[in-house]
Design a protein. Structure first.
Length: 370
């Protein structure tokens, strides 16, 4: 970038509302994905900056956004008190530098160090992006929503848009599913295969069973690979950017690391993966038949979400714990592939755009009040 272009861009950014995104590091990429989805919708209308606990910070920068990294408490040797104390200092320094009009936090619960830094700074408008669909009886931490001017709930499949005012002030909004890419950004089958360097002919299945940070996916994965290879499929295995250990892959299985994965999903005849929020939304967006293997070790209800997918598109839901389970699940999926493609179900997938509008409106109200 030339000095002149950099100066022009800095001048433009100085006139735009400043939005600071704080994404936690979960078992997958969900928190980072949602913040990137919002930020991409705000491009050109706001200056977006990230403070990320997810280690895949290079993905944020590749998307064109500035980012700071701070180690997640799950990977820190510090005590909870020490970690939150350091977070308060580090995030406070970012607040002083960025001077945001709105802070958007995406995580299961706000950290005390985060809240302390916001309070000490003289908090701008606060937004909490908080995905729902927890399992019944899941352990939760009570959070005072009155601390936030706006709570956004990224909806599950079929969710519409609604917003209600809270008695304590501020509002709570439900939006349709949040996807990092718009539907017209997804590549078709031929273009996606060309981009990935795989032949246009032949049957390919994509495995995305998760990073394996909370659940060992190797046994299930290897068992399913054998079944698909016996059915004359070539197997491609996604290596998650935040994985702390890689699954040892059998000979002939192609490893793949791309982001965002949604762009290339239509390259594949079938998909095998866990039923995380991003995965399910992107599968419905791309329309790729799937075998969903819910991860029961997480707080969100992946079994219920997987069945939501199966209600609207060709999908099989199975734990795939035994050889018999795996063979039956693949048999059912292959039966779906042989049937003429059904008419798609119209489902709103514009949650990111709607959430971005609400964030931008909040920045406008905050600026007008100053």
């Amino acid at each position: 970038m030339t000095d002149l272009k950099a100066a022009q861009e800095n001048a433009l950014n100085s006139q735009l509302p400043r939005i600071l995104f704080f994404n936690v590091n979960g078992s997958g990429m969900g928190h980072l994905n949602r913040c990137l989805a919002y930020a991409r919708q705000l491009r050109g209308r706001a200056h977006a900056v990230f403070f990320s606990l997810a280690s895949a910070i290079e993905l944020i920068e590749e998307m064109g956004f500035e980012a700071d990294y701070f180690v997640s408490p799950y990977w820190s040797a510090s005590s909870s008190f020490a970690w939150n104390s350091e977070l308060a200092v580090r995030f406070g320094m970012v607040l002083e530098r960025v001077r945001p009009d709105v802070i958007v936090f995406d995580g299961t619960w706000p950290f005390q160090g985060f809240l302390a830094a916001c309070k000490a700074y003289g908090s701008p408008a606060l937004v909490w992006s908080n995905r729902g669909l927890l399992k019944e009886g899941a352990k939760t931490v009570t959070v005072d929503e009155a601390l936030f001017d706006l709570v956004i709930q990224p909806g599950e499949l079929g969710a519409g848009e609604s917003e209600t005012a809270r008695m304590s002030g501020g509002s709570r909004a439900l939006v349709p599913p949040v996807c990092v890419l718009d539907s017209d950004e997804l590549l078709d089958r031929a273009a996606a295969r060309d981009a990935l360097g795989i032949p246009r002919a032949g049957r390919f299945v994509l495995f995305a069973l998760g990073p394996g940070n909370l659940k060992d996916v190797a046994g299930i994965g290897h068992g399913l690979i054998r079944v698909f290879e016996a059915a004359d499929f070539k197997v491609v295995w996604v290596r998650a950017p935040i994985s702390v250990r890689d699954v040892e892959l059998p000979e002939g299985v192609m490893p793949l690391t791309v982001y965002p994965l949604a762009r290339y999903l239509r390259a594949f005849d079938a998909f095998v993966g866990a039923a995380g929020y991003n995965t399910c939304c992107e599968l419905v967006q791309a329309g790729v038949p799937a075998l969903l293997v819910p991860n029961a070790q997480l707080a969100d209800d992946q079994v219920r979400r997987a069945h939501m997918v199966a209600d609207v598109m060709p999908a099989v839901v199975s734990g795939c714990e035994t050889d018999e389970d795996r063979e039956e699940a693949v048999r059912r999926l292959l039966g779906m592939l042989s049937v003429a493609e059904p008419a798609g179900v119209a489902i709103a997938m514009n949650g990111a755009a709607l959430a971005a509008e609400k964030i931008l409106a909040l920045a406008g109200r905050k600026g007008a009040a100053q």
